[in-house]
Design a binder for this molecule. Structure first.
Ligand code: SF4
Length: 321
């Protein structure tokens, strides 16, 4: 189908990333969707969003000159610049592929699931994603990044007419230092209150000791069951680093965690230094009276998340970060 209308070109973002809204080519909505999904995967894998780059540069400026911490932050910066310049993955581990879809009522989720799987296979062939998903029992790698639970796709219905697709690529190293606590947690004298929550979050940071490629960002969920808590903690990582929690007490706790963690001296990659955390995002879900879980997802410095809003012909209408 020939499409007459031309989409506007967007200005490059502050970091010069090539996130343009392309002219709509004369192609079917399916082809246009594939092109948009591949572009989303490519950009997410190669370019850190502006808000993440900003806090990384601030962390670099904070470290003392000629220290191992400054050296580590400079390597991270060089890595970010090179990946953007070459449109290549920021890290050899392109991580678990997590999609978050917000769609209008009556949307065909099965159809989009198939299109996403197709795009993931193509993006893997093109090298935007590493062949990274293996059968948990046999260890076999199909080389396609497709299998039970992968990519992980989460659908949410919203009240808008538009389709928004967010993507997060979450590395294995940082996933390994995620943690879940059940309060009360007697080894830390952590009770079922916000002070108990604070203690276990800082305990997770302390135990990680920079493993999982710090400095990073924490997504935390208070409450829920074990499964819902971890899902929600990851969804907290979809928030911008510079946003402010609308819940006053949680906003204060988020800020306090970052300040306290950065006084622990763990530093980038655990080499010592002033920045252990770049951010902390916390939310709460209802829980049973019998349970009080605190679920913590840790995202490394290679904080790859991006999102797009699609237009009427499945073209990229807007970048979300
Ligand atoms: S934790 Fe992050 S930075 Fe470290 S290897 Fe994994 S994806 Fe790369």
């Amino acid at each position: 189908m020939a499409l007459k209308k031309k989409a506007k070109k967007s200005a490059p973002n502050k970091n010069g990333a090539k996130k343009t809204v392309k002219k709509i080519p004369a192609q079917s909505p399916e082809k246009s969707l594939q092109a948009s999904l591949i572009e989303l995967i490519k950009n997410t894998s190669a370019v850190l969003p502006d808000d993440v780059q900003k806090v990384i540069l601030e962390a670099l400026a904070r470290e003392e000159k000629n220290t191992t911490a400054e050296y580590a932050m400079n390597i991270i910066k060089a890595n970010i610049d090179l990946a953007k310049k070459k449109s290549q993955p920021l890290c050899q581990d392109t991580g678990t592929v997590l999609f978050y879809i917000s769609h209008p009522a009556g949307f065909d989720q099965n159809k989009l699931t198939k299109e996403i799987q197709k795009a993931v296979i193509k993006a893997t062939e093109l090298g935007y994603l590493r062949q990274n998903s293996v059968d948990s029992l046999t260890g076999e790698n199909s080389g396609k990044n497709i299998g039970p639970g992968h990519p992980s796709i989460h659908f949410h219905q919203h009240n808008k007419k538009s389709l928004q697709i967010k993507l997060m690529l979450k590395g294995g190293g940082c996933e390994n230092v995620g943690a879940q606590y059940s309060l009360p947690y007697t080894p830390l004298d952590a009770g079922r209150d916000l002070d108990g929550v604070r203690k276990v979050i800082l305990d997770a940071v302390h135990k990680a000791q920079g493993k999982g490629c710090g400095p990073g960002v924490l997504g935390v969920c208070i409450g829920g069951d074990r499964g819902a808590g971890y899902i929600e903690s990851k969804e907290q990582l979809l928030r911008r680093v510079d946003d402010k929690n609308t819940h006053k007490e949680l906003a204060a706790l988020e800020a306090e965690i970052v300040v306290t963690a950065n006084k622990l001296g763990i530093g980038p990659m655990g080499f010592g230094g002033k920045t252990t955390l770049l951010g902390c995002k916390i939310s709460a879900l209802n829980r049973l009276p019998a349970s009080f879980f605190v679920s913590i997802s840790y995202m490394c410095w290679a904080y790859r998340r991006q999102g797009v809003e699609l237009g009427a012909h499945n073209e990229i209408k807007k970048w979300l970060y």
